[in-house]
Design a binder for this molecule. Structure first.
Ligand code: AMP
Ligand code: ZN
Ligand code: FE
Ligand code: FE
Length: 287
């Protein structure tokens, strides 16, 4: 049995429901999964119920978009308490930023006379944490584009007319937020974001691990980051980053993490959970 520690549902920009995702996980013989929706933990309670029904263990988690030195980097937070008030307040702020960005993107597209409205995007997204893939789907629905790739290539990626930069929190703040909410922080797909050179800085900020195994990592990438994790004393994790049917074949099942690595992550999660709890109890005297 194996784990997949990077999965999305329609609570952010995936296409699967929690129930569908848990079903696929069981069929791929995964015994542990983590739900890592972007900037939201809204899907975690339903995913917990769905995983229980399939006999799978769930690690509630999150993927936070952050920045360091002008680079976008994604930080995974494993085992965060999904009712933590500080975390929920920050996530609500990130979600407002995402929604405002959608309105800005749509305004730009409307200036090109494209038949698209932000209401149509929000209705289609039907979640608090919408992103560009939802705009892409709205463009397909309106008959402007044939597929997601065309929508990104013509309108949505950097240097295209619909591009709007996204406000992001500093990586150090993202790591602190995850720790305060009792989770362990892991840098997601460093090869994909070309941010490997920033990992020593992230280690100084307290990052717990590196996502070495990922659908977009080559075997050489994985080996390189495993070596780096060992050298810096960081945990090794991995996941498929499956978004459902977004890009043809679903990615779930493509990355199978040995359970021994999950155990090490769990130990670290327990330590952060304990530290966060005692910190909450001692407030405001010490923390
Ligand atoms: P956002 O967070 O709104 O900037 O959107 C980022 C999301 O868009 C990520 O989940 C990417 O996987 C997805 N994305 C980026 N480029 C493409 C593409 N060419 N086709 C489909 N999805 C894409
Ligand atoms: Zn995504
Ligand atoms: Fe990511
Ligand atoms: Fe992801």
């Amino acid at each position: 049995m194996f784990a997949d520690l990077h999965l999305h549902t329609h609570f952010s920009d995936g296409t699967y429901s929690p129930e569908e995702l848990a079903g696929h996980a069981r069929r791929h013989e995964l015994s542990v999964v983590a739900l890592t929706d972007h900037d939201t933990v809204d899907g975690c309670p339903r995913m917990a119920t769905a995983c229980l029904a399939e006999g799978i263990e769930l690690i509630p988690a999150i993927e936070i978009t952050s920045e360091l030195d002008g680079h976008e980097l994604h930080i995974l937070g494993y085992g965060v308490e999904s009712t933590h008030t500080g975390l929920l307040a920050e996530l609500a702020r990130f979600q407002r930023i995402r929604q405002d960005r959608i309105r800005d993107i749509v305004l730009r597209l409307q200036k090109l006379n494209l038949p698209i409205t932000s209401d149509a995007v929000f209705e289609l997204a039907n979640c608090n944490s919408p992103g560009r893939p939802h705009v892409a789907r709205a463009l397909i629905q309106a008959g402007v584009c044939k597929n997601l790739d065309e929508a990104f290539e013509r309108f949505l990626k950097r240097h295209r007319p619909g591009w709007v930069p996204k406000a992001r929190i500093h990586a150090e703040d993202a790591i602190r937020l995850i720790h305060e909410a009792g989770g362990a922080a892991v840098i997601a797909h460093p090869a994909l974001n070309r941010c490997g050179h920033l990992i020593p800085d992230l280690a100084r900020y307290g990052i717990d691990g590196i996502e070495c195994f990922h659908s977009k990592h080559s075997p050489a990438d994985s080996e390189h980051f495993e070596e780096m994790a060992n050298r810096l004393g960081l945990l090794v994790t991995g996941g498929s980053d499956c978004h459902g049917m977004n890009k043809g074949q679903p990615l779930i099942g493509g990355v199978k993490l040995p359970l021994g690595l999950v155990e090490k992550l769990r130990d670290r999660m327990s330590r952060h959970r304990l530290a966060a709890r005692s910190c909450e109890e001692l407030k405001p005297a010490v923390c």
